[in-house]
Design a protein around this ligand. Structure first.
Ligand code: NAD
Ligand code: UDP
Ligand code: UDP
Length: 311
């Protein structure tokens, strides 16, 4: 049955893919965004659709609207952008979350929160399982995001316990793909754009730190399955459990683009997690979640996108 769905952060990278999918499935979609790290170009092709609406709004301000479901994706996700205005990042994660939970409570909507592997901080357990409480610095440069997202999870569970709000919490691991901004600042888009422009490829640190990279289509499958799943609040990890060093990622990008760019090394930012890989056991059990796109395939698709969209 068609639903009225609010997607906050809907003009961003993941949000715009969600808008596309939920419109294609015949829903009414309200895409809300303050256009901080998102852009109209990501959703402009949807504007002619009867069921699609764009709302320029900031979730730190209250919002009265009638919807069945809320996907709360609003928050800059790239360290460069979330650190550029850290207090705003905290407000988005805390005040914004509270407003969206207040809205969900008033209209009795189901609400899905886009949490993150960053709640595990620089993890002392590997791979990361949902029962691990994390290792997070409260006062570092990543704290506005990490602690903000941790409070957001706490708010979800308190609204669930105290007001019976129907919550879904997902912890997203590094995701990449088309519609990331060329200047997004995250590692996959940086390396691809540097390679395509013939600039140096910038590895921070010695490149031995690991991440597990998920192609956006696989993630969107998991997000929608979670929203539709009854009697399961999460938190649940979503991502791809193939683990690569940042150096390996750079080498893949060099090979797939055929670039002449050289790899250079820069200082590692503080609190940069050294290892990260999701334990997907719970996602498989509850959601039948299984990422399908291998890193090389996903990188090839992202490279094709950036070839056409370098600005
Ligand atoms: P993104 O930066 O491309 O998208 C975020 C969107 O939210 C942007 O369009 C931005 O303009 C909007 N936004 C930011 N603050 C807002 C506010 N106060 N009010 C309204 N809109 C606001 O990032 P993304 O990669 O698409 O991430 C989407 C969500 O998923 C974020 O909440 C992020 O924390 C989470 N997440 C993403 C990843 C990943 O690897 N992509 C990993 C973990 C978690
Ligand atoms: N809120 C909102 N839209 C709504 C309902 C609430 O933006 O439809 C905001 C409200 O302004 C408040 C927050 O959500 O700042 C939390 O709402 P709640 O009802 O939980 O708290 P209260 O208003 O009682 O402080
Ligand atoms: N990184 C890098 N070069 C870049 C951008 C990032 O080596 O141009 C590294 C970064 O230090 C981190 C990893 O790549 O170890 C992933 O960074 P990203 O900003 O994509 O996301 P994070 O997982 O750190 O939030």
């Amino acid at each position: 049955m068609s639903k009225r769905i609010l997607i906050t952060g809907g003009a961003g990278f993941i949000g715009s893919h969600l808008c596309e999918r939920l419109i294609a499935e015949g829903n009414e979609v309200i895409c809300l965004d303050n256009l901080h790290t998102g852009r109209k170009k990501n959703i402009s092709h949807l504007l002619n659709n009867q069921g699609f609406e764009f709302l320029r709004h900031d979730i730190t301000d209250p919002l009265k609207i009638e919807v069945d479901q809320i996907y709360n994706m609003a928050c800059p996700a790239s360290p460069v952008h979330y650190q550029s205005n850290p207090i705003k990042t905290i407000k988005t994660n805390v005040l914004g979350m509270m407003n969206m939970l207040g809205l969900a409570k008033r209209v009795n909507a189901r609400i899905l929160q886009a949490s993150t592997s960053e709640v595990y901080g620089n993890p002392l357990e590997h791979p990361q399982n949902e029962s691990y409480w994390g290792n997070v610095n409260t006062i570092g440069i990543r704290s506005c995001y990490d602690e903000g997202k941790r409070v957001a999870e706490t708010l979800c569970f308190d609204y669930h316990r105290n007001h019976y709000v129907d919550i879904r919490v997902i912890r997203i691991f590094n995701t990449y793909g088309p519609k990331m901004l060329p200047n997004d600042g995250r590692v996959v888009s940086n390396f691809i754009v540097q390679a395509l422009q013939g600039n140096d490829i910038t590895i921070y640190g010695d490149g031995s730190q690991t991440r597990s990279f998920c192609y956006v289509d696989d993630l969107v499958d998991g997000i929608i399955s979670m929203m539709e799943k009854d009697n399961f609040t999460g938190p649940v990890n979503l991502g791809n459990d193939g683990e690569f060093t940042v150096k390996e990622l750079a080498e893949h990008v060099v090979r797939l683009t055929g670039t002449k760019s050289k790899i250079i090394y820069k200082d590692l930012p503080s609190d940069d997690p050294s290892r990260r890989k999701p334990d997907l056991t719970l996602a498989k059990k509850e959601l039948n979640f299984q990422p399908k796109v291998k890193l090389e395939q996903g990188l090839a698709k992202a490279i094709e996108y950036f070839k056409q969209n370098l600005n």
